[in-house]
Design a protein around this ligand. Sequence first.
Ligand code: EPU
Length: 423
Amino acid sequence: MEKLVIEGGKPLHGRVKISGAKNAALPLIAASLLAPGIHVLHNVPDLRDTRTILTLLESLGLSWERDGSTLRIDGSGLKYSEASYDLVKTMRASVLVLGPLLARLGKAKVSLPGGCAIGARPINFHLKGLEQMGVQCDLEQGYVDASIAGRLQGGRIYFDVPSVGGTENLLMAAALAEGLTIIKNAAREPEIGNLIDMLNSMGAKIKGKDSDRLEIMGVEKLTAAENRIIPDRIEAGTYAIAVAAAGGDAIIEDCEPHHLPSLVEKLQMAGIDVEIGDTFLRIRSKGIQQPIKAVDVTTMPYPGYPTDLQAQFMALMTCSEGVCVVHETIFENRFMHVAELQRMGASIQIDGRTAMVKGLVGKTLTGAPVMATDLRASSSLVIAGLVANGRTDISRIYHLERGYEDIVGKLSGLGAVVWKENE
Ligand code: EPU
């Protein structure tokens, strides 16, 4: 197993290019199950998770090839309908094949993902929505065995809370259903807009992009098309917070700043200089010399503050000049980074889903051996390592490799002293 080593305390300068979004690439790759022919996807990040979903597609009979960041997926070979536990347990987004398989083959057997480090993460909304569309869903031996005789039927679906994966799965199913499907209280994340654009380019009839009410008039068939994955707003946000924390002057390019409204505001409130371009963010910060103001954060569905940037912002707040409250409303167990940040000298108290962070006021964290527990917790430890005095060793970096393309190369390009080592 590999670990990441960081010699902290160096400001970050220069430019970093943002890759395509993991959380858009996964549903768009799954959408290629919906039609035969060659689907072309540009700006696809090469990550552990994108490789996993491509392996899953292969196990269903599809073939694909990659040329740089362009993927060509042939949707013609689809013949199997089972997503095995071995694949789903390594990546819960594998459940995104459920809707497309049902739409195209009328049946799907998909392993239930089970809990993960950040929470229980059930898929009951996905299943309830599919049942509204006439699907029979049975749970057997850890699998959802779902089927429908004939075409899916348009349905009326209401989410108790907006679910990103649920909205994506049902959009893909509804695209090929008979009649109209309406999804109310749908998630509005930009990745969903990216999926809607892809489905519409394939011949789907979906209205309501960027709103919480989606109307899908089902069509009989879809055709393969060419699409582009949007920039990864969470990767962009992670680098923005890293520069704010470590200090420096860096341009985060090839991103969509308007996908990060809440983060930009929080950084500005913390006293960080943020310049917003059409496709770039420029962050200027003196790090702990600033001083960094303490700013409260509550995670919310888009356009609220993203849960996927909560851990990173907390790392920044550990060096602030005051006390702030971080409230996590999306996942029930997303403070796994706290104990590791405490090992580096951070002062944080947790009470349920709320963490109170007391800034170190002009002082900084100290390097330490720490353990990555999930993707975003890992990136908060990277930020902490960049800020800290001395050496930080982050073990289990396979978590990071699920969602950050070439993180060592990108950070080194900004002047960070960082490398990988065998544990
Ligand atoms: N939920 C249910 N039942 C469901 C579905 C969701 O109770 O059937 C709950 C979840 O347990 C959670 C909330 O609803 O409390 C929202 O979950 P959602 O379905 O929106 O999350 P997801 O689709 O499983 C995606 C991202 C996550 C990101 C969340 C929230 C992908 C592949 N994953 O997960 O990304 O945190 O939305 O924005 O798009 C990450 O990239 O590190 C990551 C975890």
